[in-house]
Design a protein around this ligand. Structure first.
Ligand code: ADP
Ligand code: ADP
Length: 229
């Protein structure tokens, strides 16, 4: 089955002031298969964040349908939301909270039972157990990114979506994040990530879709696609 099913999704942003409206997605359809690591690749401005933000419920689509784990994001918003964890591009948690508090708060928001135990477990999974009670603002950039991944996993969603997880990150940290994403995937989490690094998609993803100017221009197993380039 498909972990995520996207059908004819169109997004038009209203223009600011005298600017004309911007058609950011021009009728995108694609299925993300269960169990793999799916890469959404494309240059800046292609529409990757728009598509991810629509899945996350942060941006309203103009038309089309999206199902997450079989749940329509409009008609069954609650179950769709429980089925997906989103790792945003921006680091968004309160800098005065500790990693443990960030996870516990998120667990509370999602009504996670045993949020305390789940938080401890996730801190270990993202290798932040020794930073449990540090102020988040004192964490390195890499630690913050790992905490964001843990935050998205608090409610144990079957699907994890990461928006440009390694943008502006050095080579070593990029490797660390790839490893973490692979670990989560090997534990059964379906992963979707956006990237503008071909190398990242090739290394991590078993399937790659390419989006350009709001249109899907390829969607293939990585091996086949790389053979074409
Ligand atoms: P990507 O993530 O691939 O870089 P985006 O989804 O951020 O692409 O952007 C797709 C297009 O939509 C770009 O032309 C961008 O300028 C435009 N866009 C994105 N967000 C907005 C917005 N809030 N208002 C108007 N236009 C936007
Ligand atoms: P709202 O609907 O007002 O955004 P939510 O309860 O959906 O409130 O979100 C609360 C917090 O959790 C926000 O910081 C939001 O960015 C984050 N969030 C929402 N959905 C997810 C998700 N699926 N995975 C991870 N974080 C999420």
């Amino acid at each position: 089955g498909a972990a995520i099913s996207i059908r004819n999704v169109v997004k038009e942003y209203a223009g600011q002031g005298n600017a004309p409206p911007k058609l950011a997605l021009k009728g995108v359809s694609l299925d993300v298969p269960e169990g793999g690591i799916f890469g959404l690749l494309g240059p800046n401005g292609a529409g990757k964040s728009t598509l991810i933000n629509i899945m996350a419920g942060l941006v309203m689509k103009t038309s089309g349908t999206i199902e997450i784990w079989g749940h329509d994001i409009d008609r069954d918003h609650r179950n769709a939301k429980l089925s997906i964890g989103i790792v945003p591009q921006e680091i968004v948690f309160d800098p005065f909270f500790t990693p443990f508090e960030v996870l516990e708060n998120q667990g509370g928001m999602y009504g996670v039972v045993k949020a305390l135990r789940r938080s401890e477990e996730l801190l270990r999974a993202v290798h932040l157990a020794d930073k449990r009670d540090a102020y988040s603002r004192t964490l390195s950039g890499g630690m913050k990114r790992r905490l964001l991944i843990a935050k998205a996993m608090v409610h144990s969603p079957p699907v994890l979506v990461l928006d440009e997880p390694t943008a502006g990150v050095d080579v070593e940290l990029r490797r660390q994040l790839w490893e973490l994403v692979s670990e989560l995937n090997s534990e059964g989490v379906t992963v979707v990530l956006t990237t503008h690094y071909l190398e990242e998609a090739e290394e991590l993803c078993d399937r790659i879709a390419i989006i350009n100017h709001g249109e899907l221009i390829a969607n293939k197993p990585t091996r086949e696609l790389v053979g074409m380039m």
